[in-house]
Design a protein around this ligand. Structure first.
Ligand code: FMN
Length: 442
């Protein structure tokens, strides 16, 4: 059987990483608060009664490096390498007829998005949103498939807002269709195995198929089946598929929405999705993702870490590890320096490799980039501000700068001066490497 959301939930359950919430939860006032607690505890959550909806809800599938490793079938320390190797070994999807995602079909006369357990994520949001859908569309000129993740505001039974804009491919594709007056057919697949969502959230060059990356991450082809109402293929093992069109020339108010910077983007005129069919499995499970959450940062961070490490390795830098987060505008990079000042060059190269990177903190090989405490320890105890900070003035980190704070970028060099290890020896407990506490508790 192909890996799907249900097989991944079973794996989480086996490892004690899945919390089940069967009490009725209010999607407007309670769900998001519980979701935040799950995130803080590093647990995925399966809600079986969200406001009386027939569908269940899952949250925080890959909010930790451990669960991301579980999804990719590798040790957490190998997650980025696994992603990099998948980029080089794509596996094309296959077409199948047996499609669990079409066990139940609602045609246009019968669709009602309000029956889904859609959650309001932030206090100032315009309403509930779909955030964890893989949006599938084809370039009207080349026919190439694009898959992306886009926020979709619930409008009514058969309509959502959808946010897209160039240079993201979906925005480019829709603009091409619109230029000829054509509506753009799209399918939105929700409730996938997390590696499929990881592929969907990756921005591949135009014309490259994110579903072939999903195949590579799975180690087997993704199974696709033809949509019910539109000529778009959809993942056969998805929990829920929303099919529809983005009408040409239509822009309507959408937002406000608490976005990945954790601020509200104001209401704006955005595209609409008109639903033409909804299909789903029996007892479907809807996934939701909160913008700026650990899961969101993981999803969007891995491909960026891969880009940074690849660029640095091309210049000969001995990269030990890299970690994008806790927001996708920051990265901690550990290296083994070859010459005095290399940390600053490495940090600048990282900024070059990933245009939204605002701060790159460079640390020595003995600092754990996955621990914000350890990185800040290095900043505090191994750097002096007057020598540590290199600022690229006038180089914008993030283009939509509502607060006037993203107009420059910086490297923080928190490494010791070259080869002065004797002077900077870090204390460790005596007797050898860390002991396994669990063995001693027993
Ligand atoms: C939870 C979540 C929500 C996102 N929302 C949007 C969005 O509303 N609009 C957008 O353009 N990108 C959004 N993104 C980022 C895109 O999904 C991502 O950049 C995507 O890979 C773009 O791919 P493309 O360039 O192939 O279209 C979101 C990502 C995540 C993980």
């Amino acid at each position: 059987m192909a890996a799907d959301l249900r097989s991944f939930l079973a794996e989480l359950d086996e490892q004690g990483l899945l919390a089940r919430i069967s009490r009725r939860v209010d999607p407007a006032t309670e769900a998001a608060r519980l979701m935040r607690e799950l995130e803080l505890r590093g647990l995925a959550g399966l809600f079986s009664d969200v406001g009386g909806s027939d569908a269940a809800l899952v949250y925080n599938l890959i909010g930790t490096r451990r669960t991301l490793g579980l999804a990719l079938g590798v040790d957490p320390s190998r997650v980025r390498d696994r992603f990099r190797s998948a980029l080089d070994h794509r596996i094309e999807p296959v077409q199948v007829d047996d499609a669990p995602c079409q066990e139940v079909v609602h045609d246009q006369s019968d669709v009602d998005l309000r029956r889904l357990p859609l959650v309001t994520h932030s206090a100032g949001d315009a309403g509930p949103y779909i955030t964890a859908g893989a949006v599938i569309a084809h370039d009207p000129e080349t026919g190439a498939r694009n898959v992306s993740v886009n926020r979709m505001m619930l409008v009514d039974a058969g309509e959502t807002g959808i946010r897209m804009m160039p240079p993201q491919q979906l925005g480019v594709i829709q603009a091409r269709a619109e230029a000829t007056g054509a509506d753009l057919p799209v399918a939105v697949a929700i409730g996938l195995h997390p590696v499929d969502t990881l592929a969907a959230g990756t921005s591949l060059p135009a014309g490259e198929d994110e579903f072939a990356l999903a195949g590579a991450l799975r180690g087997e082809p993704l199974r696709l089946t033809r949509g019910i109402s539109i000529d778009v293929d959809v993942p056969a093992d998805a929990e829920i598929v929303i099919e529809g069109v983005i009408p040409a020339g239509v822009r309507e108010p959408e937002g406000p929405f608490g976005d990945f910077l954790e601020f509200y983007v104001p209401e704006m005129a955005n595209h609409r999705l008109r639903v033409t069919a909804i299909s789903h499995r029996r007892d479907p499970i809807l996934q939701t993702m909160v913008a700026g959450s650990r899961e969101d940062v993981h999803l969007l961070g891995i491909s960026r870490e891969a880009d940074i490490v690849a660029a640095l390795e091309r210049t000969g830098v001995r990269v030990v590890d890299a970690r994008v987060g806790p927001t996708i505008l920051t990265c901690a990079l550990s290296i083994d320096q070859r010459y005095p000042g290399e940390a600053k060059n490495a940090g600048l190269a990282a900024l070059g490799a990933y245009p939204w990177l605002k701060y790159c903190i460079v640390v020595d090989r003995d600092v754990d980039v996955h621990s914000a405490d350890d990185v800040w320890w290095a900043v505090a105890n191994r750097s002096s501000p007057e020598h540590a900070v290199v600022v690229a003035h006038g180089a914008p980190a993030f283009p939509r700068d509502a607060h006037g704070i993203h107009g420059s970028r910086a490297v923080i060099d928190a490494t010791i001066p070259f080869e002065t290890w004797d002077h900077y020896e870090r204390r460790v407990p005596p007797g050898g490497p860390p002991l396994n506490l669990d063995e001693w508790l027993a």
